[in-house]
Design a protein around this ligand. Sequence first.
Ligand code: GUN
Length: 296
Amino acid sequence: MAAKIIDGKAIADTIRGEVRKASDLLKSSKGITPGLAFILVGENPASQAYVRMKGKGCEEAGFFSITDRLPESVSEGELLELIRRFNLDPRIHGILVQLPLPAHIREERVIRAIDFKKDVDGFHPINVGLLVIGRPCLKPCTPLGIQELLLRSGIETLGRHVVVIGRSNIVGKPMTNLLVQKGKGANAVVTVVHSAAGDLSRFTLQADILIAAMGKPHFVKAAMVKEGATVIDVGINRVADAGAKSGYRLVGDVDYEAVLPKAGHITPVPGGVGPMTIAMLLSNTLSAAAGTVYSD
Ligand code: GUN
């Protein structure tokens, strides 16, 4: 039987509608308009596209947003200064520095410079630590979006074996830390595998839920997937396509057509995890503006 396709776009649209409503209420009841600052360094076309889509999301949610575009040659000091200004700006509740950054800028220094209460990406070490110990914090948007997709699709995680492929700070590690916690949409048994694991099939074939987040086009083949498993594809890879107007098309980390008949549920690319990342960014920004994340 063919897999049930999880419509991430539709679920994200529902969440964006909820965020818009809550944002309007925050404005009318407390006079607060959520504000998000984007910082984009250099000319990476994928990063430019992501920031454009996130900015459009802000507009539709009724948020205030600013995008600062800096040249590839900007110094680390100048970037840190801009972050400090946004940290002090009362109109701004969230700061997002689009990654990756040029090699001469230390990503870790930049992330640490962001006020952790405005860290809507959930990358600051304080938020990473709070996530690990299961305390309230701003959480990374892509893993949070995947958790929400599973919840809203009625896919049980309690006691299930989740295998995450990839150990990035943006997806693999926070995904693991979210799903092992106690609570709704979590309580899973989680295995993380990566490039040093050798043959991955001996792990992936045991997955009730398989999350592919290693950035390799069509890496996950049907032979790596257990019959009936839920397959979540985080990959957004640009591959050359002479027939496409742009000269490329987007493919996931999963060999979608081959895995589709074997999986129980599967997310497409595009239209799966990607839209959820933006929805959760808006949700995080709303929470930061409302001041509902941290109790002190
Ligand atoms: N680059 C790729 N994914 C992300 C993300 O979620 N946040 C930021 N800031 N940069 C990214």
